[in-house]
Ligand binder design. Sequence first.
Ligand SMILES: [Zn+2]
Length: 367
Amino acid sequence: MLTIDTIRRAPKALLHDHLDGGLRPATVVDLAAEFGYPDLPTTDTADLAVWFRRGADRKSLELYLETFAHTVGVMQERDALARVAAECAEDLAADGIVYAEVRYAPELHVERGLSLDDVVRAVQDGFLEGERRAAAAGQPITIRTLITAMRQFERSVEIAELAVRWRDEGVVGFDVAGPEAGYRPTRYLDAFDHIRHENFHLTIHAGESFGLPSIHEALQWCGAERLGHGVRIVDDITVREDGSIELGPVATFVRDRRVPLEMCPTSNVHTGAVASIAEHPIDLLRRLRYRVTVNTDNRLMSNVSLSGEFAALDEAFGIGLGEMEWLTINAMKSAFAPFDERLRIINEVVKPGYAHLRASQTRVVAG
Ligand SMILES: [Zn+2]
């Protein structure tokens, strides 16, 4: 089995991580005091961490999302947003992540008068600062962002325009998130049309708590390039008793077209999308060679890191370093950063990193 130290040292890529789901508990407490947010359930850092985790693990996407009121509540000022983004970059780099796309919904951060553009500026400034600190600490990371529109607000076209406006300053794509039931992807076609007509990038949360139809719509009506979660794709895959496998039309399309699946194992257990890591469809999907990627979703609420997710997968399925490298290259190939940047990270960072780790493991065995 891989040690957590080996997993941490292995270069990793992350495509699905929410800025408002990854705060340090101590920072939530600090910001609430600094900016006068009175509604935290407790101001004890350890108790608060436990509260977030209990709040998230209730087997319902809607209940899971309730915990975000408090992180979003303390992210309403320029300095608060910049601090959260800078610490996010530092935390991801410290976990051995070399490339990350972090997403957030600017429309959630305008309660105290910031404009949508003010929010994006503050977050970009924070990420630049975090990248500088990570490089200075000897763990360089490249951070890009995705701008998310919330399903339950009706501002998706405005948010899509905002994402495109910031494309030359670190924003690489657009996403929709929030409760799936009652908010099918086709409600936001105007926003998706704008993204595609601007030759920009699109990923959609689909097939998390809602079934195969949301995946089908996200791909064939909305033009999603990647699927956020997408776990319900297994509803279109039949595994017979003799072990043979039959793919339905959606499952065939997703595999043939190499549609990336942004899978978030622990988060899926917490929202009730799957029963346990051991039963997570990621094992079947990786064995069928879908374009699977491994992600954190919400590090605070699910109490996870990307290294922790890989450790859980290694424990459940024995993925080893070889499969970890494959999953990481899958993520880099699926990233929305430009091709030359992806290629540089794969060839100059990821492949040499794994080669080095394998060589050192061989030395340990030989020695
Ligand atoms: Zn998500």
